[in-house]
Design a protein around this ligand. Structure first.
Ligand code: GLA
Length: 410
């Protein structure tokens, strides 16, 4: 793997590697090459599903909230629906000790991170944590630059199963080089850890990250809004703004390497139930990680039913691992299609307009002959229409979707 940063940067990486005693394992470092010698762990073969503290709690987190999320995931039906990871985002860390070890905020996490990981594992769930490739995290906490191998060892000791690795305060760093260093460190840690790269798409990680990590953010942060509005922060995008930025990236995703259009906002209050159902459907179409970002301990029934819809989750987790694409765009009316294992197709009719609209998908759009018969299941109403030929039409609510699974009949 070529490190394309400046000679200075490559020298720095070589020096870091030398200090860490990994140079002998990477002879190619001498001429600026950096090789990931150990294979990427075979985790996240389908898009990871879990919960992350950021979208609801931001920096305001503590161990009670994280335990509460684990309790709710285990008891609400989310775990049974496939959710696994409980991920603490930014602001759990305060400093480094005299030996350079990362120190958790003892007021917010008095039992320590290892005890929290044990608690989460005790519920049959997995545990994720957050750091950043720069000097400081986006929340201004100590990040991993120069401590990558030490931090990875600490995470392994704590029982971390998933690392989200952010990109704040990295200056003019080369993203591929920095993420490769942490990938090496994780693979050296002795534990299989999902590597979630949060580089915001700036250096086009879809072009180079499939061997480095398991998923990569493709955009800046999501906002709890249908489209960006006055409440969104400068670096945030509305849900549909993010959707638009996924067009053309679909070929880069596959089992073990996913585009990440950011975490879910379902249940956080900024969109209607219809809009949240569209958000969840579209993320499943995109083979996106399904990382809930609401307060799981106080979910409404609507939120619960969206997050646990088994038919939509089955699309997201489909074994073929082919990301869906936008097949038709006609102003505010779009058709998205995803081929599935076994020959089924998932289809979304998306209505971005302010009024309900009748929409239809032609079999030609699904690479099917007009005469071919198929059963069609509406994945939200659960209605099944048998032996449909030629096309399927439905009334699509304003700011909503109809999502169907098309099963061709022999
Ligand atoms: C960045 C990331 C977010 C979140 C925050 C934490 O903005 O993109 O997902 O992790 O940092 O500070």
């Amino acid at each position: 793997m070529r490190v394309s940063g400046s000679p200075f940067k490559r020298g720095l990486l070589t020096a870091t590697a030398l200090m860490l005693g990994i140079v002998s394992a990477s002879p190619a470092l001498a001429d600026g090459e950096m090789k990931l010698e150990k294979p990427k762990p075979l985790v996240a073969q389908t898009p990871p599903m879990g919960w992350n503290s950021w979208n609801h709690f931001n920096c305001n987190i503590d161990e009670a909230k994280v335990r509460g999320a684990a309790d709710a995931m285990a008891s609400s039906g989310m775990k049974a629906a496939g959710y696994q990871y409980i991920i603490i985002d930014d602001c759990w860390q305060t400093s480094r000790d005299g030996d350079g070890n990362i120190v958790a905020d003892s007021a917010k996490f008095p039992s320590g991170i290892k005890a929290l990981a044990d608690y989460i594992h005790g519920k049959g769930l997995k545990f994720g944590i957050y750091s950043d490739a720069g000097l400081k995290t986006c929340g201004g906490r100590p990040a991993s630059r120069g401590h990558e191998f030490q931090d990875a060892k600490t995470y392994a000791r704590w029982g971390v199963d998933y690392l989200k690795y952010d990109w704040c305060s990295t200056g003019s760093d080369d993203a591929k080089a920095d993420y490769t260093v942490m990938a090496m460190a994780l693979r050296d840690s002795g534990r299989d850890i999902v590597f979630s790269m949060c580089e915001w798409g700036t250096a086009k990680p879809w072009l180079w990250a499939a061997d480095v990590g398991h998923l990569w953010r493709t955009t800046g942060d999501i906002s709890d809004a249908w489209v960006k509005n006055e409440k969104s922060k400068a670096w945030e995008h509305g849900m549909l703004d993010i959707l638009d930025q996924q067009v053309g990236l679909e070929s880069f995703a596959g089992p073990g390497h996913w585009n990440d259009p950011d975490m879910l906002e379902v249940g956080n209050g900024g969109m209607t139930t219809t809009e949240y159902a569209a958000h969840f459907s579209l993320w499943a179409m995109l083979a996106a990680p399904l990382i809930a970002g609401n307060d799981l301990s106080v979910m409404t029934k609507d939120t619960h039913d969206i997050l646990t819809n088994p038919d939509v989750i089955a699309i997201d987790q489909d074994a073929l691992g082919v990301e869906g694409h936008r097949a038709v765009k006609d102003g505010d009316f779009e058709t998205w299609v995803r081929p599935l294992a076994g020959g089924d197709r998932a289809v979304i009719l998306l209505n971005r307009s302010a009024a309900a609209h009748h929409m239809a998908v032609d079999w030609a759009t699904l690479n099917m002959a007009a005469s071919e018969k198929a059963d069609v299941k509406d994945l939200w109403s659960k209605a099944v229409t048998k032996a449909v030929k030629g096309s399927f039409g439905a009334d699509v609510p304003s700011h909503g979707v109809v999502m169907i699974r098309v099963t061709p009949k022999a």
